[in-house]
Design a protein around this ligand. Structure first.
Ligand SMILES: [Zn+2]
Length: 83
């Protein structure tokens, strides 16, 4: 059992103590149009990146799934049943 597994089992709320240094030192920035190492961010740059949207998007499959979930939700509404 490695340290992270042990922490997850015994102190799940303290997992950040193990994950944060790796993220801060070796992780790449997720902000749209950045992608630099997190360690190379000045506090000002970090603030700018934190208020920039992440470079992620729905895939076609994800959009289809979201639409299916919306249809499913709408079919359970009482107003939809009355129609
Ligand atoms: Zn950044």
């Amino acid at each position: 059992m490695d340290l992270r597994e042990w922490m997850a089992r015994h102190h799940p709320r303290l997992l950040g103590l193990i994950d944060w240094p790796g993220y801060r030192l070796r992780g790449r920035c997720w902000a749209e149009g950045c992608g630099r190492l997190m360690a190379l961010h000045s506090p000002r740059r970090l603030y700018a990146c934190e208020s920039t949207p992440m470079a992620i998007a729905f895939t076609e499959r994800g959009e289809a799934l979201a639409a299916a979930i919306e249809r499913e939700k709408a079919s359970h509404l009482p107003a939809a049943a009355a129609r």
